[in-house]
Design a binder for this molecule. Structure first.
Ligand code: FES
Ligand code: MG
Length: 578
């Protein structure tokens, strides 16, 4: 319903509202697009920040979504203006889309602040696009609403439902173990990705869509409606209508993105079996908003049951999740067990508790009831110890229970290239009790912190039918991946974190139940090894964006933002350009 209140002074009036030379210039050029005079007379100007790109296949349908947002904006009396920002697509971009997340965030922030807009709709989908745009928008703090592109339909392969990403890891291991042919392996490609949209598993894209909804930054159901479902376009239309009212209500992002909202998101991540990447992204978004959030806040999620039975932790896919009731059904159940702060304000002007009070669940196998969870104690484990003084993470629902407390001999890979050449060596001294350690894949080491933490097992171990081993690295892992994988070890090896000191044959003890990651080497010996590494370090020279990245990226526990980008700088109107 349209608000009665009208905002009397619009930010955009600083461009379009004057009858002088400057007003003439701003309006005149805009009029070349056929915008009539009355659109410059006190109507809220709504920026539609679009990550559309044919190189980001998950977001390739966004021009159409933008059209529906525009219809809603116009219906509510606003003026829509669509603009592009850097689109960091997960599947094509090298070395990793994470390398350019902060670049996209900078692009978003400056595009919002520098332009004549009163509020912004963020069109996001593929993994890094959601945090990047929320980070940029948080630093500006205008009224902001998230519209996600929606997940792909379920993959269908050989008569079975198959999940994005998860099928790649599974099929590749099967192929390496000699269980399927090359033809069978390759034939799965088209079956997996058969409609527009983001990965249909509870990977990072779906996780971040759920994070945006649980933070209150989107309308209810935004996370799960499939990309090609007509209700996705209705949601885009309604979001377009709503953002105009948010201008009149002055409902800025900081009123939604409170510390309590972030804690709700952390608990929601546990309930959905969400990606470990959310640890980094939520920290980065909170940092932009000036909200205190640290790694230990993830302990809030431990003890929360995982209710959503989706791959990679469970069985189903996002399409099933939407039909079962979507995120509102999950949030309602979290409310029932007392772990949702129901008072948090959301972008529709209601509290999150009000939004989900009557949310139905249509399938208790997809969204489990509280007394029959997929995992009783979900969430993300925060580990600390002499191997990770500033923390590391592990996702118990994707891990093998028997390996959660494990002591084993380290087999060390100095970097990902070393891993690739060494893991195929049939003479490599390794068995399933060993701990695979991968170094120099952290934020600075890779650079960009690649999703290689779930490094594949050696073929000779896979052939024994073994599917999991303890793996430790400073890398990230795709949200679609699984295994007993310790990630985000901080400080990273490149920054001379203790991970850099591990050598073949060292014993490592992982005790995930007690949050401990211990290298059984005396402190003095670790220090001596690190000193030796420092003395021998050759710093490769870099230029361009990579140089800025290496000089300014922070460690995983700090969200991997650039140090100089932390904080909210607001959206004060900059001086005229002419
Ligand atoms: Fe884009 Fe998974 S690769 S969402
Ligand atoms: Mg991913």
């Amino acid at each position: 319903m349209a608000s009665d209140k009208k905002k009397t002074v619009l930010r955009s009036a600083n461009w379009f509202g004057t009858r002088d030379k400057n007003g003439f210039m701003y309006r005149s050029w805009m009029k070349n697009q056929g915008i009539p005079e009355h659109h410059f007379e006190g109507k809220p100007v709504i920026g539609i920040c679009n990550t559309w790109s044919e190189l980001t296949p998950c977001n390739a349908h966004f021009r159409k979504i933008a059209e529906h947002v525009k219809k809603g904006v116009i219906e509510a009396g606003g003026v829509p203006v669509e603009f592009p920002v850097f689109s960091n697509g997960e599947s094509n971009l090298r070395p990793t889309a994470m390398f350019t997340r902060n670049l996209a965030a900078m692009d978003t922030e400056e595009a919002i602040r520098g332009n004549p807009i009163d509020a912004v709709v963020l069109l996001v989908g593929c993994d890094k696009t959601t945090p990047a745009l929320l980070m940029g928008a948080a630093s500006c703090n205008l009224p902001t609403i998230v519209v996600t592109g929606g997940p792909m339909l379920n993959g269908k392969h050989q008569g079975k439902d198959v999940g994005s990403g998860t099928l790649v890891w599974q099929a590749h291991e099967e192929y390496k173990a000699g269980n399927i042919s090359l033809h069978e392996f390759l034939s799965a490609e088209a079956s997996m990705s058969r409609s527009a949209g983001t990965c249909n598993t509870m990977g990072t894209a779906s996780t971040m869509a759920c994070m945006a909804e649980s933070l209150g930054t989107s309308l209810p159901h935004n996370a799960a409606i499939p990309a090609v479902d007509s209700r996705r376009y209705v949601l885009a239309h309604l979001s377009g209508m709503r953002i105009v009212d948010m201008v009149h209500e002055d409902l800025t992002l900081s009123k939604v993105l409170t510390r309590e909202a972030f804690l709700n998101a952390i608990r929601t991540n546990a309930a959905i079996g969400g990606s470990t990447n959310a640890v980094i992204h939520l920290k980065a978004i909170a940092g932009r908003m000036g909200v205190d959030l640290d790694l230990d806040d993830w302990k809030e999620g431990r003890g929360v049951p995982t209710l959503v039975n989706l791959q990679p932790s469970g069985q189903y896919l996002m399409e099933d999740f939407y039909y079962a009731g979507g995120l509102p059904a999950v949030l309602k159940r979290l409310g029932e067990c007392g772990v949702l702060n129901k008072d948090c304000l959301t972008v529709n002007g209601k509290s999150i508790g009000e939004n989900v009070a009557d949310a139905p669940c249509y399938n208790d196998d997809v969204i489990r009831p509280l007394d029959n969870p997929l995992v009783a104690n979900g969430g993300i484990c925060v580990l600390r110890g002499n191997l990770a003084p500033r923390g590391a993470v592990l996702k118990p629902s994707a891990a093998t229970p028997a390996l959660m407390n494990h002591r084993g001999r380290a087999v060390v890979f100095e970097d990902f290239e070393h891993y690739k050449s060494r893991v195929v060596d049939p003479d490599l001294d390794i068995d399933e009790t060993c701990v695979m350690v991968l170094k120099n894949c952290g934020p600075k080491g890779y650079p960009g912190m690649a999703e290689v933490g779930n490094m594949g097992l050696p073929a000779k171990i896979l052939k024994k039918g073994i599917k999991d081993m303890v793996r430790i690295s400073d890398a990230r892992m795709s949200g679609t991946a699984f295994g007993t994988v310790v990630l985000h070890t901080a400080p990273e090896a490149m920054e001379f974190g203790p991970l850099a000191a591990v050598q073949d044959g060292d014993m490592i003890h992982l005790d995930a139940h007690n949050g401990v990651l211990h290298l059984e080497v005396p402190d003095e010996e670790i220090a001596a090894r690190l000193e030796k590494l420092k003395a021998n370090r050759v710093i490769a020279s870099t230029s361009g964006y990579e140089a800025m990245y290496r000089n300014h990226v922070m460690q995983a526990d700090e969200g991997c933002d650039f140090d100089f980008l932390v904080g909210c700088r607001g959206a004060e109107v900059p001086p005229h350009s002419h």
